[in-house]
Structure formats: structure tokens, C-alpha cells
Ligand binder design. Structure first.
Ligand code: PLP
Length: 411
């Protein structure tokens, strides 16, 4: 197991080795993702250690890079997938398909074909369903294997309405219909668990509401007979401090509250953190190309854009920024934006940063979760390279795309 002795609950952008980052930008060009695999392992291990008798699966969609999946597996984690490609990439990274859990949300036919073919050879695979249609479609494919029922607890939590899933009708079986669906699953399949994923980005102050959703999952498990279930899975959603003065999630408190909320169960507790495992393990390095004095602010143009990191544009997310080239310059309030032609392509307004100059390298922190994963080729921008750090060594785990990569599939 990864040694946690030197592992703080949070790694702030200020805690990275800035000289190292500056030299990585020099060596590998910008924009660049840098992912510390040792930190990924620490985060997984810290979370899992707080839930010693639970099973902690990593939710792959936060960052599905092979090196990240390998790091999680190395730390002893299992993997939760939400699409067929994530299943395949987990297998490619070395996961035993029998340990994978596939959460089907309005699953396309191809996903169900893939998952049922995989399960035919690997009966340990678990499919989580959130609609009875999915059961019909699995039965049509001759599937009678392991099923978990995703419950809509009717309570959603999260840092942004677009990621609060617990009360959203799109996700899960409506609460009061779960017992009848459980009866059906027991007849036609192997009912192994109940599942709920209520939201995302929950920090200590959001725990109470988060736990109200979990209470309902525990109640439902007892109602349908938890002694016949292998697990009760309360999903992910555990947040990280994006702002410098946000406190990290108190894991001990979280663990106690989650346990209390779910209540006495024969079944094993499962959790599926995504963001928590990878968020603070990556930074983006980006070079300043423009300094413009505007009437109300100084605009700093950088070569990263919403195609590199879409969270600020999509969720209004805050990401810390640091001038790794000149940390000692006077802080100056700046507006930081990228080269994409929309006003949404702004990473920060009125942000104090050590006064940037052209060619400085700006680090953008907490970029590991839903960062590279949501990167696009908008504006015909090839996606950035990703460098992994492990045991002090740096290596390219994803080369920089070329324009050929962007146009490769055109006919
Ligand atoms: C996205 C997702 C997770 C992980 O959510 P985080 O907020 O990244 O922890 C876990 N389980 C399911 C089913 C998900 O869809």
C-alpha cells in the first residue's frame, strides 16, 4: 500500500515544485498537462483507508488515462465505468473484467452489446441499471448476470446544478418503484446491489445533505432485504478544495457520517470517488502570449483555452493559478483568457497573480478531474500532451496531438 505518512489531505498549487514545472514546460512545450501518479495513488489510498471495511472503486470518467488507471490498480483500487470505452480502457490498463462495474445511463446498443459480451466471459462483471428498459434490453441479449439497481434518492447534492444527479429524473429508478424492480431483477437476473450517486463536489459543509440521500439508499436496502445483497454502493461526489481557502474534506467525519447514514447493513458498503482521486494530481502549464492593458483590467492571454480545460466555462469553476516563472513579482489583478473566440474562454477575472509577462509559464491547478477528459479539439487545436511524474521521473504518457490527429478521420 502507498505510504501515507507524507501525504497531506490536499495538495495546493502552491505546494508543487515550481522550478520543476517551469522546466517541464520548457522541455515538453505548452499547453501541457502534468499528472503526478504518486499523488493519484496517495489520494486513492487515503480515501480507501478512511473506509477500511468498504470497497472503494475509482470512477474512471474523471480521468481515463491509462497511466492513471494503472496507478489506481497499483494502489489496489477497482474501477467503475460509465461507458464501453472506459471498460475497454480499464481492461487495457490491467483491470480484471470480473471486478469491473458498468453503470449504464441511457446506454447505447453498442455499450450493452459490449458489456454483455464481456460478461459472458467474465461473470463477475456488474451492470448497474437505472431504467427497466435497460433490463429488457439486457434480457434480449440473453444476459442474466449480476445487476445493481441505481436508485434515484430524490435528493441531489453537488457544487453545480449540472452535476447534481440525485434528484434528476435522468438518473436511477424512482425511489418508490425500486422494490418492484428488485423483485423483477431477482427473478430474471442476479441482484447483487443497490446504487446511488447523488452529486458531485461535496465538501464538509455539504455532507449533511449528501448523507440524507445516502440514508434513503440504506433504508431501501433494508426494505428490499440487504441480507441478500452483496453491496450497497453510495457512489462518488466527494469534493476537493478548488479555492486556496477551502478546507479539504474531513475524511474521518465523512466516513462516520456516511456509515451512520447508510445504517446497519449486512451488505458491503461501496464508494466510487472520481474527482477526489485525481483532481489535485494534475496541473496545466500554459504560456503567456499577450499582455493587454484594458480600461478596467489587465488581460493576460495564455495558450490554454476552454478546449484544454472546460470546467471554468462549463461550470463556472474556480481553478487556482500561479506564475511559476516569476512567483516573487508583486501580485497584480488580471483577467486570464485563452485563444478561443468566445467570451466563455476565460479562466479567471480579477485574479491576483504575480504580475505576468510574455513567455511566463502560468500553472493552473486542480486540473486532474474532468480536465483532460473533457478536452476538445475546438478551433482545430490539437489536444495537449500529458506528462506523468512517478517516483521522481517524468515521462510522456500522452503525446501532443498534431493537426493530422485532428483531421485523421475526415473522408
Ligand atoms: C461521475 C460518477 C462518479 C464519480 O463522481 P465524482 O464526483 O467524480 O466523485 C461515481 N459514480 C458514478 C455512477 C458516476 O457517474
Amino acid at each position: 500500500m502507498t505510504d501515507l505518512a507524507d501525504s497531506p489531505a490536499v495538495r495546493r498549487l502552491a505546494d508543487w515544485d515550481h522550478d520543476r514545472l517551469a522546466s517541464l514546460a520548457e522541455e515538453y512545450d505548452t499547453p501541457l498537462y502534468v499528472t503526478d501518479l504518486d499523488r493519484v495513488k496517495e489520494n486513492y489510498t487515503r480515501f480507501a483507508s478512511a473506509f477500511p471495511d468498504a470497497e472503494v472503486m475509482y470512477a474512471a470518467k474523471a480521468h481515463t488515462g491509462k497511466a492513471v488507471l494503472e496507478a489506481v490498480l497499483e494502489a489496489g483500487g477497482e474501477i467503475e465505468c460509465a461507458a464501453w470505452g472506459e471498460l475497454q480502457r480499464s481492461i487495457d490498463a490491467g483491470a480484471d473484467p470480473n471486478t469491473l462495474q458498468y453503470t449504464a445511463v441511457n446506454p447505447p446498443d453498442h455499450d450493452l452489446d459490449y458489456a454483455t459480451d464481456l460478461a459472458a466471459e467474465n461473470p463477475g462483471l456488474t451492470i448497474t441499471i437505472g431504467a427497466t428498459d435497460t433490463l429488457d434490453r439486457l434480457a434480449e441479449r440473453g444476459y442474466d448476470g449480476r445487476i445493481a439497481i441505481r436508485i434515484n434518492p430524490g435528493i441531489g447534492t453537488g457544487h453545480h446544478e449540472k452535476v447534481a444527479t440525485g434528484a434528476d429524473a435522468k438518473f436511477g429508478i424512482p425511489y418508490d418503484r425500486v422494490p418492484e424492480v428488485a423483485d423483477r431483477v431477482r427473478e430474471e437476473f442476479d441482484l447483487v446491489g443497490l446504487h446511488a450517486h447523488a452529486g458531485s463536489g461535496v465538501l464538509t459543509e455539504g455532507l449533511e445533505e449528501h448523507c440524507r440521500a445516502i440514508e434513503r439508499v440504506g433504508e431501501m436496502a433494508r426494505r428490499v432485504g440487504d441480507e441478500d445483497l452483496e453491496f450497497v454502493d453510495v457512489g462518488g461526489g466527494y469534493g476537493v478544495p478548488y479555492r486556496e481557502d477551502d478546507e479539504p474534506l474531513d475524511l474521518e467525519k465523512t466516513s462516520n457520517m456516511v456509515r451512520d447514514a447508510v445504517g446497519d447493513l449486512e451488505a458491503t458498503l461501496k464508494l466510487e470517488p472520481g474527482r477526489y482521486v485525481v483532481a489535485d494530481a494534475s496541473v496545466i502549464l500554459s504560456e503567456v502570449n499577450t499582455i493587454k492593458e484594458a480600461p478596467d483590467t489587465t488581460v493576460v492571454g495564455i495558450d490554454a483555452s476552454l478546449a484544454t480545460l472546460i470546467r471554468p466555462a462549463m461550470f463556472g469553476s474556480y481553478h487556482p493559478m500561479y506564475n511559476v516563472s516569476a512567483p516573487d513579482r508583486e501580485p497584480h489583478e488580471v483577467t486570464v483568457g485563452g485563444p478561443v473566440c468566445t467570451s466563455a474562454d476565460v479562466f479567471a477575472h480579477d485574479r491576483p497573480v504575480a504580475r505576468p509577462e510574455r513567455e511566463d509559464i502560468i500553472a493552473i491547478g486542480n486540473a486532474g478531474s474532468y480536465g483532460y477528459e473533457l478536452a476538445s479539439q475546438f478551433h482545430s487545436q490539437p489536444r495537449p500532451a500529458e506528462v506523468a511524474l512517478e517516483n521522481g521521473e517524468a515521462r510522456v504518457v500522452r503525446r501532443r496531438e498534431t493537426l493530422d490527429d485532428v483531421t485523421r478521420v475526415e473522408q
